[in-house]
Design a protein around this ligand. Structure first.
Ligand code: GUN
Length: 283
């Protein structure tokens, strides 16, 4: 039976470390600040934004919420980003995605100052991750790595399989595993022999966005299984991309949903915001 890696516990540790460092910064007169932009009234985005604000309060950051109506124009949104780029009290800017359809997400991400881009979505930050010379790591893949490190799991030389190739999770996840000398395979909807490839994984990351997609016959005995999915099952209950009940007996480590990668993402956002405050004040 797998050991469950608790995102609740690991994220609490990360937040405690951030809080301690934040107190040291405050003693020097520096108050880290995060601006969160939310456009429209997507209920899931509202929950995520509330959780981010709560985490800021817990670690001692200032947070500013900019809740804009769904009809906001591209020009208005870009003007706000520009204003926040130039606001010294704000160290991190996060625009909650997805945006309403009439808005151009790419243009908004490009407009955020790379130094304040705590999501690490700006092309300049994405490129820096590629060459291993970065300030910020994207929060979800970084959170997964933090969970791996918390158990002392060795990545070097291991067969790592990432299911999913999104810009936010799959691609950077593969890069972070590669940085630690994993042998990395990225699978996606067109992959042939998915089951066979996954069954060879020592470390399997599921970021597909389909409830209980990963079944026991796709998992190697003793594999480390990391579940990035947040879905609803047929009964409306939260579940991951991994069929936990089937897979847990076969894995050596597994992350649950909820209480796994989810809380890690927000903890890593706090870590990035702290780093942004340090970079902007000491460089
Ligand atoms: N929407 C879903 N995940 C994320 C995230 O990590 N950052 C932002 N800005 N929006 C999201």
């Amino acid at each position: 039976m797998a050991k469950i890696i608790s995102g609740k516990e690991v994220s609490a540790k990360v937040r405690a470390e951030v809080k301690a460092e934040c107190e040291q910064l405050k003693a020097k007169g520096i108050h880290p600040g995060l601006a969160v932009i939310i456009v429209g009234d997507d209920p899931a985005s509202r929950v995520y934004v509330n959780n981010k604000k709560k985490a800021c309060a817990e670690v001692g950051f200032v947070s500013e919420e900019y809740a804009l109506p769904a009809e906001t124009t591209q020009e208005e949104l870009l003007a706000l980003v520009e204003q926040l780029n130039n606001k010294p009290e704000i160290n991190g800017i996060l625009c909650q995605l997805p945006l309403p359809k009439h808005l151009d997400e790419k243009a908004v991400i490009n407009a955020i100052s790379p130094m304040k881009d705590v999501d690490a979505f700006h092309p300049s930050n994405v490129g820096r991750i590629m060459i291993g010379d970065y300030h910020f790591l994207p929060c979800t893949p970084a959170g997964v790595m933090e969970m791996v490190h918390s158990e002392g799991i060795e990545v070097s030389g291991k067969n790592c399989v990432v299911i999913g190739r999104s810009n936010i999770v799959g691609k950077p996840m593969a890069m972070l595993l590669l940085h630690e000398n994993g042998t990395v395979t990225i699978c996606h909807s067109r992959t042939q022999n998915l089951k066979e490839i996954c069954s060879n994984a020592d470390i399997l990351v599921a970021a597909v966005g389909r409830p209980k997609f990963v079944k026991a016959d796709m998992v190697k005995e003793g594999a480390v299984v990391l579940d990035v999915g947040i879905n609803r099952d047929e009964n409306g209950k939260l579940c991951g991309d991994v069929d936990f009940d089937e897979v847990a007996p076969k894995a050596s480590y597994i992350t649950p949903v909820p209480g796994g990668v989810g809380p890690m993402t927000i903890a890593m956002l706090m870590k990035n915001t702290l780093k942004a405050a340090k970079i902007q004040n000491f460089h």
